[in-house]
Ligand binder design. Structure first.
Ligand SMILES: Nc1ncnc2c1ncn2[C@@H]1O[C@H](COP(=O)(O)OP(=O)(O)OP(=O)(O)O)[C@@H](O)[C@H]1O
Length: 384
């Protein structure tokens, strides 16, 4: 585990975390027919101490954005400012930022201690101060006992801790992370998520984190920036991203989603709408653009759907509420169902299932959902 007291002592309150602003940040690669707009005029404000994650599918531009913040990539247009100072003409090693890479990027021929000391040596830090700060950085990452090892004598997790110590020792105002946990196994990844987040929160260092792993983004971030095709689809807290996504793309990318074709009846008060769904007229929360949209879909997360056994012999019908179980899979902590309904096949997840009450293939069920957890969206994103 990290030693928060040592980390705090290392930073010694001298490190004011920074306000990072991206304005119209753009990167084009190639030209003519080969031109790729990797990052397309991004605006983003990151507050001091905030942990912001750039998330999105492969090729959406998150790494290029991070590299422009760090200075490893020159923007084709736009600005990166830190505390209102334009960074564009400042080389990477002069920016008060430090980056942690997926590949750790340690010097293989240097011992752990010398890897951590490297940046301070370049800065010509006096040797007593250098030793003290390297010791604190090693201590803060619980690496003191490994100080004299070479990187290839360490596990992946330990190597990543060295990379973190090396970043911390520079006392950056901004920490940048480029998929730092991707090379670790699942258990270690989960532990490191908590450690990085605890350390970051405790020290309050502004952080920008790139990942394509949504669980990582959800569990670590103050704010998630979902990118698509070089643009920002939505920048919001994890709960807003999950519950009130700005677009079908975001809803589909984060978590699992059922999209039901529904008829809009009336718009009620601001932020809500009445729709006809599963045979009923239901008042649901709605995206601000949904009331005016021609075509809407209702987002239902699998865990907000309820299934109840129906005795079809009783007759009477359920006014469209019924569905038929296509299959169910028991996972121990939850059961997953595919259910055929008048809106097509939907996925339902029931947590902590009562094993005797699991619906089987072919069973008729009453389908309902928690209306406050539903979310009405325009089918296509409104421009701007
Ligand atoms: N040096 C380069 N030359 C040409 N095109 C590039 C270069 N670097 C990135 N690109 C292109 O820019 C786009 C964005 O790439 P980027 O690496 O930023 O995406 P990403 O979201 O980080 O993807 P991944 O998750 O796969 O790393 C992609 O279409 C990519 O092919």
């Amino acid at each position: 585990m990290t030693d928060l007291a040592a980390a705090e002592k290392l930073l010694d309150n001298t490190t004011a975390s920074g306000t990072l602003r991206l304005r119209g940040l753009t990167k084009e690669f190639g030209n003519g027919a080969d031109k790729v707009v990797a990052v397309d005029a991004i605006d983003l404000d990151i507050e001091p101490g905030e942990f912001v994650t750039l998330l999105g599918p492969s090729g959406c531009g998150k790494t290029t954005t991070l590299r422009m913040i760090a200075g490893f990539e020159d923007p084709s247009g736009g600005q990166v400012t830190l505390d209102d100072v334009n960074m564009i003409d400042t080389p990477p090693n002069k920016r008060p930022m430090a980056m942690v890479f997926q590949s750790y990027a340690l010097f293989p021929h240097l011992k752990v201690r010398d890897n951590v000391a490297y940046g301070l040596k370049i800065r010509r830090t006096p040797s007593a101060k250098l030793r003290e700060e390297v010791d604190l950085a090693l201590e803060s990452m619980n690496l003191s006992a490994l100080a004299n090892r070479a990187p290839n004598q360490l596990s992946g997790g330990q190597q990543q801790r060295v990379a973190l110590a090396r970043a911390m020792v520079m006392k950056p105002r901004v920490l940048l992370f480029d998929e730092p946990l991707s090379n670790l196994d699942a258990k270690l990844r989960e532990r490191m998520r908590i450690e990085i987040r605890t350390l970051q929160r405790h020290l309050g260092i502004t952080s920008v984190y790139v990942t394509h792993d949504q669980a990582e983004a959800m569990s670590m971030s103050d704010r998630i920036v979902v990118m698509n095709g070089g643009r920002v689809e939505q920048a919001a807290s994890p709960d807003i991203i999950y519950r009130q996504p700005a677009s079908v793309f975001v809803a589909d990318f984060i978590g699992r989603a059922n999209f039901l074709d529904v008829e809009k009846e009336t718009s009620t008060q601001q932020g809500r709408a009445r729709v006809k769904v599963l045979g009923h007229s239901v008042d649901v929360p709605a995206h601000p653009d949904a009331p005016a949209a021609e075509d809407v879909v209702l987002l239902l997360r699998p865990e907000s759907i309820r299934l109840k056994a129906v005795d079809t012999r009783a007759g009477g019908g359920l006014g469209g509420h019924e569905g038929r179980v296509l299959f169910s899979v028991f996972y121990g902590d939850h059961v997953e169902y595919e259910v055929e309904t008048e809106h097509g096949t939907i996925t339902a997840v029931v947590a902590d299932p009562n094993v005797d009450a699991i619906h089987r293939e072919g069973d008729d069920v009453e389908v309902s959902f928690n209306a406050e957890r539903a979310w009405l969206l325009p089918r296509t994103r409104q421009p701007g």
